[in-house]
Design a protein around this ligand. Structure first.
Ligand code: OGA
Ligand code: ZN
Ligand code: ZN
Length: 418
């Protein structure tokens, strides 16, 4: 079910891209006027040559002036705006004339001339539909949240992802939508996580270096490097720019019981809370928590501290990040004592719900478990290492900025090939 739905989503997004490409050949305009309040140019853009397809699209004059594509306002080789904002006068963004021929032409009050392609304008239309299309098809794939019952691991072959850009795209798109994907059959060498990260961009370095080895170690400097239970958590919540994606490459696995991975979709659980228990949601999304790491690695000491809520929201109220780590939550809690009881009770509710929605599985040698560190919580049940039965994991991180960028480039290459 999971595989089929992913395939459907991929096919439909490819079809959408194709449609846009075909239509782009025949963009034209049939009317242009300035709005009576002198704030907009309204262009009747025709996207397929048929009159019934004409849309009246409204462009703010100030935006058109700022986005003039002439060589003194826009540097084509670097695709960058270079208009001199010390001389940019908002009040002067008024036209002497607007006209359409092969392009929209605006002659401004100061005689500066701007020309805009209709396709370019159409793609940048301010309609709600057009803006959503850009957000879903170009900005970032829309996350599809999952409950425990809906979860099914989507798998990709390491060889395919390493060699083939279509497979790379499919893996990254799955990771972006579902927050998790498994790479199978990687070599049993310590270079595979790096090789995978390099397929996208580069490893995101942290205080623990680039790759980190998760192995039970009697001299452990971090609770993760023991064979004890690792309670569900997000890694490195004490970084403001916390790493986006974890790669956990299993090189050797204990055959004894234990060492099961636990995963839950933190965004799904937070959305559940928002509906079922809005007071708890509000408390966890507005109380700043001190996250910290006091330690040393490779001879370097660090004291990394960052304050942010357990459930982070953007300005539109979208959930953007989950922070949860019992060991990395500081003893300093810089909030009013009055709010502490309520916050603890809210956290307990959230953690219980995360456990209710958690799935369990055990990775095999050659697996690279990849998942969003800002959306999912993960953990590992305790285990016993014995002679000849030692668990050996190589971990590394990648940042979401690099993944989204790679996805856009791959989608673009895909479009060009067709
Ligand atoms: C970690 C971690 C998981 C594992 O090191 O932070 O979550 O499977 N490890 O050992
Ligand atoms: Zn210009
Ligand atoms: Zn972890």
């Amino acid at each position: 079910m999971f595989v089929a739905s992913v395939k459907k989503v991929l096919e439909s997004s490819v079809q959408k891209y194709l449609k846009t490409t075909i239509k782009s050949a025949s963009f034209s305009a049939e009317s242009v006027k300035t709005s009576t309040d002198h704030r907009y140019v309204v262009v009747g853009i025709n996207k397929s040559g048929s009159k019934s397809d004409c849309e009246q699209l409204k462009y703010p004059l100030v935006w058109l002036r700022d986005n003039c594509q002439c060589s003194s306002c826009f540097d084509a080789p670097t695709k960058s705006r270079i208009i001199d904002w010390t001389k940019f006068d908002l009040k002067n963004a008024q036209p002497k004339s607007v006209s359409i021929n092969k392009q929209l032409e605006v002659i401004w009050k100061d005689d500066h001339v701007s020309k805009f392609d209709f396709k370019w304008l159409y793609e940048r239309s301010f309609t709600a539909e057009s803006r959503q299309k850009y957000l879903d098809n170009h900005y970032r794939p829309k996350p599809m949240l999952w409950s425990k019952e809906q979860f099914e691991m989507k798998e990709f072959k390491a060889g395919d992802v390493f060699e083939n850009d279509e497979a790379l795209y499919d893996w990254l798109e799955t990771l972006a939508r579902y927050g998790v994907a498994m790479i199978k059959n990687a070599d049993l060498t310590e270079d595979q996580a790096r090789k995978l990260a390099n397929r996208i961009s580069f490893i995101r370095k942290t205080s623990y270096g680039e790759e980190f080895i998760v192995r039970a170690d009697p001299n452990a400097t971090n609770v993760a490097y023991t064979s004890n239970l690792l309670q569900i958590h997000t890694d490195l919540p004490y970084y403001e720019y916390t790493p986006g994606v974890n790669l956990l490459h299993c090189i050797a696995q204990t055959k004894l019981p234990g060492a099961f991975n636990m995963l839950a979709d933190g965004f799904h659980v937070a959305e559940r809370l928002k509906k079922e228990n809005p007071k708890v949601f509000k408390c966890l999304s507005t109380t700043l928590v001190n996250w910290s790491d006091y330690g040393a690695d490779g001879g370097t000491r660090f004291e990394t501290i960052q304050r942010s809520p357990v459930i982070c929201l953007d300005y539109e109220g979208n959930i953007t990040r989950i922070n949860h780590s019992i060991p990395q939550r500081d003893t300093f809690f810089s909030v009013d004592a009055e709010v502490v009881d309520e916050w603890y009770s809210a956290l307990k509710t959230f953690v219980d719900l995360l456990h209710e929605e958690a799935v369990y599985f055990k990775t095999e040698p050659g697996d690279i478990l990849t998942f969003s560190n800002i959306r999912l919580v993960h953990g590992r049940t305790g285990y016993t290492d014995t002679e000849g039965n030692v668990r050996h994991i190589v971990g590394a991180y990648i940042d979401w900025d690099e993944i989204y960028s790679r996805l856009r480039i791959l989608a673009n290459d895909k479009r060009m090939k067709r």
